[in-house]
Design a protein around this ligand. Structure first.
Ligand SMILES: O=C(O)C(=O)[C@H](O)CO
Ligand code: MG
Length: 252
C-alpha cells in the first residue's frame, strides 16, 4: 500500500515547502494539500519536482472563514463566489500538477442546497480538463451543519451530476463516525471513489489506535486492487516525525 502525507495537518508547524521535503524524507509516496494559496505555486511545483512526489489534491477556498464559512458550492445565491473558488483551485492545481480538486460544499441544507451543489459541480466538471474533482462527506461532530455528511449522500450527488470526472473522497475517519461498515462500503463504492484518507477514530490521531483497525483496511484495499496512495490526514499532538510507527508497520 502507498501513502500520501496530507500537509494541511502533517508537519503543520513549518512552511509548506519544508513539509514537502519532510514527507519525502519520511518515505511517503505522495503529498496532498489543503489550502496552499498563500504559497507561490511555482515554488510548490519546484519542491514537488525536486522530491519527485506527486501532489494528489487540494481544496477549494472555504470563503470567509472569519464568518465561519467552510466552502461555498452548496450555498444558494453564492454561485459567483463558488465558481471563482473553483476556477482558482483548478488554476492552482494545473500549475503544480495536482491530480484532484476537492470542491467544498459549505454549511447549507435542503433541496435548494442540493441543486446548487449539483449545478456548481457541473460547472467544475466542464472546466476541470485533466484535473479530477472530489466531494467529501464531513462528520457532524466536527462540522455541524455541513451540507455533505455521508457516503450515501455523496453517491446521490455524484449520480445527479453524472460526470465521469467527479468522484468521492472517502475519508475513513468521517465515514466511520457517520456510518461505519467501512469494509462493505469501500467495496460497494469503489468505482465511485477517487481518493481515500485515514486517521484514528474518534480522536483523529495517527492511524495506529482507536475504533478502526487499519491493517485490516489496508489489506482489504490491497485485495480490491486499490493503488492510489492513501491520504494520512491526521492531527496528532506529537511532532509528526514521532507518529510514523504505523507507516513503518504498514511497510514491513
Ligand atoms: O477535513 C477533511 O477531512 C478534509 O479532508 C478536507 O480538507 C476538508 O476540511
Ligand atoms: Mg478528509
Amino acid at each position: 500500500m502507498k501513502f500520501s502525507a496530507n500537509l494541511g495537518f502533517l508537519w503543520s508547524d513549518r512552511p509548506y515547502l519544508d513539509r514537502i521535503h519532510a514527507a519525502h524524507k519520511a518515505g511517503f509516496d505522495a503529498v496532498e494539500l489543503h489550502w496552499p494559496y498563500d504559497t507561490d505555486a511555482a515554488e510548490i511545483r519546484a519542491a514537488l519536482d525536486a522530491t519527485g512526489l506527486p501532489c494528489l489534491g487540494l481544496n477549494t477556498d472555504r470563503g470567509d472563514t472569519d464568518r465561519g464559512e467552510n466552502g461555498l458550492s452548496a450555498l444558494p445565491g453564492r454561485e459567483e463566489d463558488a465558481r471563482a473558488a473553483i476556477d482558482q483551485a483548478l488554476y492552482y492545481a494545473a500549475r503544480i500538477g495536482a491530480r484532484n480538486v476537492h470542491v467544498m460544499a459549505g454549511f447549507a441544507e435542503g433541496p435548494d442546497a442540493h441543486e446548487t451543489f449539483v449545478a456548481n459541480l457541473g460547472y467544475a466538471c466542464s472546466k476541470a480538463g485533466e484535473t479530477g474533482l472530489l466531494i467529501e462527506p464531513l462528520n457532524r461532530y466536527d462540522a455541524p451543519g455541513y451540507f455533505l455528511n455521508t457516503a450515501t449522500q455523496g453517491k446521490a450527488v455524484i449520480d445527479a451530476v453524472a460526470r465521469p470526472n467527479l468522484k468521492l473522497m472517502f475519508d475513513c475517519y468521517h465515514i466511520q463516525l457517520m456510518q461505519g461498515d467501512l469494509t462493505h462500503r469501500l467495496t460497494d463504492l469503489l468505482p465511485l471513489i477517487g481518493h481515500i484518507q485515514i486517521a484514528a477514530v474518534p480522536d483523529r490521531g495517527a492511524p495506529d489506535h482507536g475504533e478502526i483497525h487499519y491493517p485490516h483496511i489496508f489489506a482489504h484495499l490491497d485485495a480490491l486492487g486499490w493503488q492510489t496512495p492513501l491520504g494520512a490526514e491526521y492531527k496528532d499532538p506529537r511532532p509528526t516525525d514521532d507518529t510514523l510507527g504505523w507507516l513503518a508497520a504498514a511497510r514491513a
